[in-house]
Design a protein around this ligand. Sequence first.
Ligand code: ADP
Ligand code: SF4
Length: 687
Amino acid sequence: MRDPRYDILFEPIKIGPVTTRNRFYQVPHCTGMGHRYPQAEARLRGIKAEGGWGVVSTQEAEIHASSDLTPANEARIWGADDIPALRLLTEAVHEHDSLAAIQLAHNGLHSANRYSRVAPIAPSSAIVDGDDPVQARAMDKSDIVAFRKWHVDAALRAQDAGFDIIYVYAGHDMTLLQHFLLARHNHRTDEYGGSFENRLRLFREVIEDTKEAVGETCAVAVRLAVDELLGSGGIQHDSEARDIIEALAEEPDLWDVNLSDWSNDSQTSRFSDEGFQERYTGFVKSVTTKPVVGVGRYTSPDTMARVIKSGHLDLIGAARPSIADPFLPKKIETGEIEAIRECIGCNICVMGDNTSTPMRCTQNPTMAEEWRRGWHPEIIPQVTKSDPYLIVGGGPAGLEAARALVQRGADVTLSEAGSTWGGRVTSESALPGLAAWGRVRDWRLWQLQQASNAELYLESPLEASDILEFGVPHVALATGSTWRADGVGRAHRRPLSFLDPARVLTPDDIMTKGAAAVSTDDPVVIFDDDRFYMASVLAEVLVDAGREVVFITPAPIVSPWSENTLEQDRIQRRLVEKQVRIIPLHNLADMSPDTLTLSCVYTETTQVIDCAKLVTVTSRRPNDQLWLDLISMKDQWADAGIQTVNRIGDCYAPSLIAMAVQAGHKYARHAELENEPQPLREDFGHV
Ligand code: ADP
Ligand code: SF4
């Protein structure tokens, strides 16, 4: 039963000529599946519609070969040949009475056009914003006329493909229309540059063109970045963004407003809270009568209802909350608030687009597996046999395996050695900024605690003999991993014999003892060869407790892999602000009683720094002793009634939390199958 406080979220709203059935709006977001995996893309979006999102959008759709983001895998609407693939998507969305929106995009100087080999275009001659040594040429008047026609043609193709809402997009510092708006990109001296009115001209014209072309049947939405967090160097919500919206207030049928660039728009929970964009987007409704949608990692129905009731937004925009739980609206509608799988704000999903691969989600292991594995986020077929299961280890892999098996109707015993559930998620969520990661544990535990077919045991370390005695047919080991203390990682592939074990700590030590692992006046050195978040959060723990911290990495920057989660800038800035001394491009070369010798990654040059304690963040060992013990007793399995033993998650191969959750889910999905089914592929080409 729906709580009447949330009724407002289910009120329909008119967007120009179309009406959305509720206030849940999946704003455009990348999936890494774009034009190369259209079936998978369509199924993913169809499931969002099934889950209750009244509007479901594509990712950005390149409108022309001069906007070619290859190898990124965006949607593409260069020509009529693209229509059938896009129609798969609109049909999947319409099947559930939702509206399909397409974000038409021309990427201007953001695209190097590596596949099409067309010279990029921009308001003024400029180098492209990626690393390619390629320049965009300045558009002349005929180019502007041509661009307007491309946009109209793409809008007509989108209409033909069945879209209900068509975007004009000026955001994320990666669209031609925004480049024209921004004085830093637009140095023109004709009527398309210079004054505010001139810089606005093309944007205004394209909105008008689009309305004229498709406005009778389709709504025309405008996506505008209202702040770039660059101060007076960029668009600001309280000056030029307001002027733009005032000038065009009633032109589009919908305003979709957010922050730019993408790292500001999709901030992680480490750096921002739910609703973090409200202070920037709050003004928009006061200058237009048209519906307004905005985002801010909204996962709480109370917050959503407040945002609409307070007149801040008309529609709750979501990318990540709809990825973590495609059925979020349905769950609010049916009063199953506790069942919402809340986004943890980790941005592993963003890695999909950044690495041009189908996205994964830490909370939702079915993400991007809807078509190729046939996985539905809410439905798993029941098991056919009554065999019980024993899962050893209550971290993300074990919790998800147990939860999904329980959902399938199997009897499950989950045994955890420690006194808390969650494994690494519990330890890591206690680190600075990572509290929301605890949701990975909480959601699964809550499901298990509701179930009558789950038995949960804390403080129950199991040995191989216990498991044999237990005599359960199917055993899954999810015993996790342990950080290494011998320096082995990418830079050093063999143990470093010079390390003094009494002075080396690992992330596990800091997570167990906190900053107390290092005494107050000891200079502590962190050696990061893991290259993601861990070393930087440990640096925060230590520096916040008053320790003097030096951060060494073989990489050229701190935490390079966090570029994929859009966090690298923020992480490095935070360490610099906290006065962590950063020494990039160095390996470990030697250790004396109170110093550490570093070696340059390029030359033989070394340097010596003070070091009382060294924290190595390099790689992990799988905790597979239990597995090895069980294997050595394999001849006793049959008598004990054991049929299968599997390893899942970090004890099999240490990886992302998302991968541990996925491994647990896959184990449960594939229980009872002789062989693991191979996922479908759509990359065979067209021969
Ligand atoms: P993963 O990410 O693969 O789920 P974690 O390290 O997060 O791995 O979780 C592993 C969990 O397994 C930890 O909570 C740990 O205490 C538990 N564990 C490890 N060995 C045993 C064991 N022999 N019996 C029961 N629990 C165990
Ligand atoms: Fe949220 Fe992380 Fe899932 Fe992305 S990967 S939707 S940030 S939980």
